[in-house]
Write a protein that binds this ligand. Structure first.
Ligand code: CTP
Length: 144
């Protein structure tokens, strides 16, 4: 007997959470938001910014390449799938493609993802205080 088509029934498929970020020089703020995001559903999908996108967004190349960052984030127990985010303009496409039910981001992005709230729930978590990749890079450069 063919398997029943449950694709139209949201209760019958895993609740998917999606999040986006650079995740360069992985730190405890990244771990905490990924864990909190994973706890919102059954499956966590992470869009890791492409190197080119990161240069455009943050004005510098990441320390770790996109392939390395994908490998690092993929190795976390609470992350189920990782893809490279090539463009900021494709957020809606990524949400649809990965069938995300929830988008989770740190509250430094508060309000800036509300434009996808017709597609999925949007959740902002408080950022972990006193740690960021930019500050870590500066700290290491200044103490080297
Ligand atoms: N994040 C967080 N707490 C921190 C740092 C980051 O919750 N202390 C979250 C961000 O809000 C985002 C995700 O982690 O949802 C990825 O952020 P990313 O920009 O990769 O990390 P930052 O440390 O903020 O990097 P940068 O300093 O280069 O901006």
């Amino acid at each position: 007997m063919p398997a029943a088509d449950t694709s139209a029934d949201p209760a019958a498929r895993p609740r998917t959470v999606i999040t986006f970020g650079t995740f360069d020089v992985l730190h405890v703020g990244h771990i905490r938001i990924l864990k909190r995001a994973a706890a919102l559903g059954d499956r966590l999908v992470v869009g890791v910014s492409a190197d080119a996108l990161n240069e455009k967004k943050k004005g510098r190349a990441p320390v770790f390449s996109q392939d390395e960052r994908v490998e690092i984030v993929s190795s976390l127990a609470f992350v189920d799938e990782v893809f490279v985010e090539e463009s900021l303009e494709l957020k809606r496409d990524y949400i649809v493609e990965h069938r995300a039910d929830v988008l989770a981001m740190g509250d430094d992005w508060k309000g800036r993802f509300d434009f996808v709230s017709d597609l999925c729930e949007v959740v902002y978590f408080p950022r972990t205080p006193s740690v960021s990749t930019t500050e870590l890079i500066e700290h290491i450069a200044n103490t080297a």
